[in-house]
Design a protein around this ligand. Structure first.
Ligand code: ADP
Ligand code: MG
Length: 261
């Protein structure tokens, strides 16, 4: 079968679109002001729609890596988000593409009423009032908190706070979302609900945690970090299922990946 040059170029356009990189980090290192080297020579490509788990022991550099992706580190080198370098000129556009869920939900919930917390982001994007209300209700509904929209955020339970913080991010409709330890301080039922929610989401997800049992149920691509470096990148089974590798870096094989033989 012969393919015309026009068809070939169309195919190329489709392939390029399909493999478009959401996050690209090249030769990236970062030192905190007290001289702690938190990231060393990081190279990482994350494609759109990928669900990536960043795992590693405490102090591995997971949170710093997420901060680097969000361009929150002081004097950091730029990273590439959806083909744009995170320079001063691009940062506003990047903030609309990239949603960030901080480790502590209280950092995201600061208004007297939950609904105001959720509308805060979309309002700042300059959207119409109707659109802001529509998006905010949709985001709250998707995390199961629409009926609590008038509650004071500090009266919510830990699991509800986490879900509320996720709603504040979802309402901005980012294409890429980073989450720092979203599973922490959640009881098993709240964790299961969060896993269900994450597995329904279609965005590019980048989740840092040391909870391998949680991440094994959400992400297929795994990045193992230790001492500020990327130790290995692979699929869930290759990385999380490798007992020697997991133990060497202070982690365990998730229960669901332990083979019976
Ligand atoms: P993780 O999220 O994997 O636990 P972090 O990214 O928080 O790791 O930390 C990586 C390293 O950077 C650790 O050695 C930590 O002590 C250090 N670090 C984190 N934040 C700061 C900071 N603000 N100032 C100095 N050192 C820091
Ligand atoms: Mg951390």
């Amino acid at each position: 079968m012969r393919i015309s040059s026009c068809a070939k170029s169309n195919i190329m356009v489709i392939i390029t679109a399909m493999t478009k990189i959401a996050v690209k980090i090249k030769d990236f290192s970062f030192k905190y002001p007290d001289a702690t080297v938190a990231l060393e020579n990081i190279n990482l490509d994350i494609a759109h729609k990928e669900r990536v788990g960043i795992v590693g022991p405490n102090g591995a550099g997971k949170s710093t890596l997420l901060l680097a992706i969000g361009n929150f580190l002081k004097s950091q080198a730029p990273v590439e988000i959806d083909g744009m370098l995170s320079t001063k000129d691009n940062i506003k556009k990047i903030r609309q593409k990239l949603g960030v869920l901080f480790q502590n939900p209280n950092d995201q919930l600061f208004m007297p009423r939950l609904f105001d917390d959720v509308t805060f982001g979309p309002l700042n994007m300059g959207l119409s009032k109707e659109e802001v209300i529509l998006r905010s209700k949709e985001a709250l509904r998707s995390v199961g908190l629409l009926d609590k929209k008038d509650k004071q955020p500090h009266h919510l339970s830990a699991g509800e706070k986490r879900a509320a913080a996720i709603a504040t991010v979802l309402a901005m409709k980012p294409e890429i979302i980073t989450m720092d330890e979203p599973d922490s301080s959640l009881d098993p039922r709240s964790q299961n609900k969060l896993i269900e929610l994450l597995n329904q989401m279609s965005q590019t997800l980048i989740i840092a945690t040391c909870n391998v049992n949680f991440i094994a149920r959400v992400c297929n691509k795994i990045v193992l970090m230790d001492s500020g470096k990327i130790i290995a990148i692979g699929n869930r089974k290759e990385i999380l299922g490798n007992q020697e590798l997991m133990n060497k870096h202070g982690l365990e094989v998730p229960a669901q990946l332990i083979s019976d033989d």
